[in-house]
Design a protein around this ligand. Structure first.
Ligand SMILES: Cc1cc2nc3c(=O)[nH]c(=O)nc-3n(C[C@H](O)[C@H](O)[C@H](O)COP(=O)(O)O)c2cc1C
Length: 121
């Protein structure tokens, strides 16, 4: 049976993150041919193209992890009607100077505990 490597990002840096709990639940429910590895984001420096000449180990590790994945999964809270800055920073790291993160299709689902949360006018 072929297996597919899925790298997953947890957008929250909180120690008790409900999104990490959600990610773990999703992994338990996933088909056996998917193999999940978290791609850590919390120790990434804030991205600047100054780093493009010589990536720090955290940036290099993120790029290698994305390149080694067949797909990526984002499990994240919403912050101020957008994604948390830490996750945006990770995407910036992944997209420069070349672009290993391509998002041709995405399926946003809300993890918000309240019914009205994440509602859009
Ligand atoms: C800075 C900040 C901004 C937030 N902005 C939103 C928001 O725009 N919409 C929303 O539904 N929830 C918002 N929330 C609530 C979080 O999305 C919610 O508490 C989430 O469950 C936290 O996930 P975590 O436990 O994985 O960190 C915000 C929380 C924080 C800390």
């Amino acid at each position: 049976m072929a297996t597919y490597k899925i790298g997953y990002f947890v957008g929250s840096l909180a120690s008790g993150s409900i999104n990490r709990t959600l990610a773990n639940a999703l992994i338990r429910l996933a088909p056996d041919d998917l193999e999940f590895t978290e791609i850590p984001i919390k120790d990434l420096p804030l991205y600047s193209y100054d780093y493009d000449a010589d990536f720090p180990p955290e940036g290099r590790a993120l790029k290698n992890a994305i390149e080694g994945s067949d797909g990526v999964l984002f499990v994240s809270p919403e912050y101020n009607r957008s994604i948390p800055g830490a996750l945006k920073n990770a995407i910036d790291w992944g997209s420069r100077p070349w672009a290993p993160i391509r998002l041709p299709a995405s399926r946003p689902e809300s993890s918000a505990p309240r019914r009205a949360a994440s509602a859009r006018p």
